[in-house]
Design a protein around this ligand. Structure first.
Ligand code: CMC
Length: 371
């Protein structure tokens, strides 16, 4: 038995949710470029869950269901108030999502109908948890979700600020949510599938996924990119900062990808948004710094930006605090995680690979007094 480090190139399951072939990402056969330009996040979530684009009444019903389920149980809100003030935002989300199961009477109902209901509930409640956490740590009261919100993007920004967001902000966040919704067998989705393949419940699957997304090699990279931009500060410092990193063989966050070697198809959309939002806010500093970093890293190392690179400056232009970037990724990816969980349940087999043993050869137990 020979191990493949990081399971690179291993095909671990079949899936009809999304695919990456020759650098092209599709959700259920629809090119991400097409969806990014035309679809709402709710249409994409419906597509991922049910395998087809919704018609007008199906979409209307989904939006109603999302609005109706957006309130988080009060007990979970009260718990958020008890978390230490400096709690990591992804740790808070992971803990709160895990505890949602305690207040859902059908948490352990394994029927498809119940799991679809819970997927919608999770999708509706994650934005409310993230917004409530952000407000509570600032000493503010959470804002209840709008009952008639036009979209998750609108409701999230509303719950975060307590004010009706403008159209530009809603549209930008909407597009970011579409771009992050699913990504084949990425680490967090795999974690979710491994968890539910034991026939554990959907909340356990999403909790595992949030834990996996948190790391800087996965979803945590978007926050790390913004930390880097802030550390660099101005465009004049870019060259020396990047050269130093490259010389020290340190990783530059937001670059590289296990699957895409010729560029991440999502990055160009976020780059465009970053520029457009920079123009609107009158602050192109982050965008211009990002472009310069890309020129150097791609020019010298051949590494291209991934989805996380320009999302950092996009979210900053929307005045979203840096440590909410990865939770926003989680809000979007909940659609993909839960679609994969439903698919795993439909055709389940325990996921249990093997390990190539590299420990000591057979040893004999030595009594403690002789060690
Ligand atoms: N900066 C500098 N060098 C890099 C980078 C980078 N960001 N990414 C890869 N490399 C180099 C790496 O050092 C290695 O070089 P060498 O062969 O000389 O040792 C080579 O490229 C292959 O890298 P790897 O780490 O073996 O590649 P991987 O497929 O295991 O990792 C990755 C993929 C995304 C974890 C990695 O590119 C990385 O750490 N990037 C930075 C973190 C990041 O942006 N993550 C977000 C990923 S995309 C969105 C998501 O899934 O959340």
């Amino acid at each position: 038995m020979t191990a493949t480090k990081g399971l690179e190139g291993i095909v671990a399951t079949t899936s009809s949710v999304s695919s990456i072939v020759d650098g092209v990402l599709t959700y259920r056969g629809y090119d991400i470029d097409d969806l990014a330009e035309n679809a709402s996040f709710e249409e994409v979530a419906y597509l991922l869950w049910f395998g087809k684009l919704p018609n007008a009444s199906e979409l209307e019903q989904l939006k109603k269901d999302l609005n109706a389920n957006a309130s988080v149980p009060d007990a979970v809100i009260q718990q958020l108030k008890l978390y230490p003030k400096n709690t990591n935002s992804m740790a808070a989300l992971r803990t709160a999502v895990s505890s949602l199961a305690l207040y859902d009477e059908e948490a352990n109902d394994m029927s498809r109908e119940s799991n679809v209901r819970k997927a919608i509930k999770l999708q509706a409640q994650l934005p409310a948890i993230v917004a409530a956490f952000a407000r509570i740590r600032e000493g503010k009261e959470p804002v209840a979700p709008k009952a008639d919100a036009g979209s998750i993007a609108e409701n999230f920004l509303y719950m975060l600020t307590g004010e009706q967001p403008n159209k530009i902000a809603i549209e930008a966040l909407e597009k970011a949510l579409v771009l992050h919704a699913d990504h084949e067998l990425n680490a967090s989705t795999f974690a979710a599938r491994v968890t539910v393949a034991t026939l554990s419940d959907i909340y356990s699957g999403v909790t595992s996924a949030i834990g996996a997304l948190k790391g800087p090699l996965h979803g945590g990279a978007n926050e790390a990119v913004m930390a880097m931009l802030e550390e660099i500060g101005t465009i004049d410092n870019v060259e020396s900062y990047v050269q130093n990193k490259l010389a020290n063989k340190e990783k530059l966050m937001g670059f590289g990808h296990r699957v895409y070697k010729n560029g991440d198809p999502r990055a160009k959309h976020l780059q465009k948004m970053s520029q457009e939002l920079g123009k609107i806010t009158g602050n192109l500093n982050w965008y211009e710094m990002s472009i310069k970093i890309e020129d150097i890293v791609t020019g010298q190392k051949g590494l291209k930006p991934n989805v996380d690179f320009y999302s950092a400056s996009v979210y900053t232009s929307l005045e979203i605090p840096r440590d909410l970037f990865t939770p926003i990724f989680a809000i979007s990816r909940t659609s993909g995680w839960t679609a994969h969980i439903l698919e795993q349940y439909e055709n389940n087999r325990l996921i249990r690979p093997r390990a190539e043993y590299t420990g000591p050869a057979t040893q004999k137990y030595v009594p403690i007094e002789k060690r």
